[in-house]
Design a protein around this ligand. Structure first.
Ligand SMILES: Cc1cc2nc3c(=O)[nH]c(=O)nc-3n(C[C@H](O)[C@H](O)[C@H](O)COP(=O)(O)OP(=O)(O)OC[C@H]3O[C@@H](n4cnc5c(N)ncnc54)[C@H](O)[C@@H]3O)c2cc1C
Length: 381
């Protein structure tokens, strides 16, 4: 099969590249390594996303009724590839356009939609995702943060961890327990982060300033209208959200660009010679290409409206392998580049070290490959 982009998709990619060339400052690579959760980058992203919105490039895949342009999933992946390989200048807002907005369109009340969607569409909203807890990551249904109804309000008690962007977010997309059933006892709340009883503590890490946090809820009260969908209905909504989130992060795109940069530097030093370096570079490039083409297969299924075959988990594993292979290549052959002098390689490295744990562990994806793709029996619980 010969894969070629349709002229309208090619033109769309060129439009995004022209926008990036015009709107990313010359020192962007140096700024980007501060991390998407840093105050500096969050402020930059607000302005950048505002301009993207004006150019019709923030939410082109959203329905026209919500301010989008009704473009297909190919345009969504092209946009995501170009943004990710540029170091994700949308910062935290990639989540809004990929899955928070679409989830609110599908499950939100008219009041919630009117309150949140226009701000997301303008590029002016920062959200965080309060799913993981100290004893509930891969096994999300074990979460213990509790929301207790008291008349017209819910009172929230508990702790979240690894919450990206929580230090600057205005709203948390929060999972909390409202019943005893492992899955059907979980609900979603849209919680204003300036509510009383919320404490955010930054977790120092290698991956960038202000990126991950602990969030404590101590009797935090929210109105009943903060509940998204039905009480106890979180599980179906999460399935929809994660499905959208996973299409939205083509991590192979930055990995491929970083590999290209590394090879160019090695060539300029006369060091891209010998079997070891060439074999490792080829291996990393092949893994990036496998992840890219696998992702296109998932997009194709979505565009044609056919049911998934379990391949999405395999593509996520392939993407993790690609990121790790590029990271290992750089560590082995260009370790000096991981200092400030090569911010692109450093930024990729920071992302590669959490590949396979952020947005869900790779081993869990392998379990899904085993059951959904290979038809092997499930692990007994
Ligand atoms: C950079 C970063 C950003 C993040 N941002 C957010 C965020 O914004 N919001 C949020 O809610 N969470 C966030 N997370 C948390 C992330 O979703 C969890 O780290 C992830 O789901 C894994 O959960 P855990 O850390 O509890 O690890 P665990 O679930 O305890 O897993 C530990 C190890 O055991 C393995 N393991 C666990 N269960 C199985 C199994 N059944 N079979 C095989 N192996 C298994 C895992 O693969 C892993 O290697 C972020 C994490 C990182 C690293």
């Amino acid at each position: 099969m010969k894969f070629e982009w349709a002229p309208q998709h090619q033109a769309f990619r060129e439009k995004i590249r022209a926008f990036l060339a015009e709107n990313l400052p010359a020192d962007w690579e140096h700024r980007a390594h501060h991390g998407p959760g840093s105050r500096e980058q969050t402020e930059f992203s607000r302005q950048f996303c505002g301009k993207l919105a004006e150019a019709g490039l923030l939410i082109p895949h959203w329905p026209i009724a919500w301010g989008g342009r009704g473009m297909d999933a190919w345009c969504q992946i092209i946009l995501a590839e170009e943004m990710w390989q540029a170091g994700e200048p949308r910062g935290a807002q990639y989540m809004n356009v990929n899955w928070i907005g679409p989830t609110l369109m599908r499950y939100g009340s008219a009041t919630q939609q009117a309150r949140y969607l226009p701000r997301i569409a303008r590029g002016d909203a920062i959200w965080c995702q309060g799913f993981s807890e100290p004893d509930a990551g891969s096994d999300l249904a074990a979460l213990r943060t509790r929301a207790t109804r008291d008349g017209d309000i819910y009172r929230i008690e508990g702790q979240k961890i690894w919450t990206s962007y929580a230090g600057l977010a205005e709203t948390c997309f929060l999972l909390a327990r409202t019943g005893t059933d492992r899955k059907r006892g979980i609900s979603i709340f849209l919680v204003p982060m300036d509510s009383a009883g919320i404490e955010v503590r930054s977790i120092p890490s290698l991956i960038g300033e202000g990126d991950i946090h602990e969030v404590f809820f101590d009797g935090t009260e929210v109105q009943g209208e903060a509940l998204l969908g039905e009480e106890g209905g979180a599980w179906d909504i999460i399935g929809f959200s994660l499905n959208n989130e996973r299409l939205g992060i083509p991590r192979y795109a930055l990995a491929r660009r970083a590999l290209g940069r590394a090879v160019t530097i090695l060539q300029s030093r006369g060091a891209f010679i010998g079997e070891a370096v060439r074999v490792q570079a080829s291996r990393a490039a092949s893994l990036c290409e496998a992840a890219r083409l696998g992702s296109y297969d998932i997009v194709d299924q979505r565009v044609r409206g056919v049911a998934g075959t379990g391949g999405a988990s395999a593509v996520r594993v392939a993407t993790v392998m690609a990121e790790r292979a590029v990271g290992e290549f750089v560590v082995e052959f260009l370790p000096d580049s991981l200092c400030e002098a090569e911010p692109l390689l450093k930024a990729h490295h920071q992302r590669a070290i959490v590949a396979g744990i952020a947005s869900g562990a790779a081993e869990i994806q392998l379990n899904l490959v085993a059951t959904e793709l290979l038809g092997l029996p499930r692990e007994p619980r």
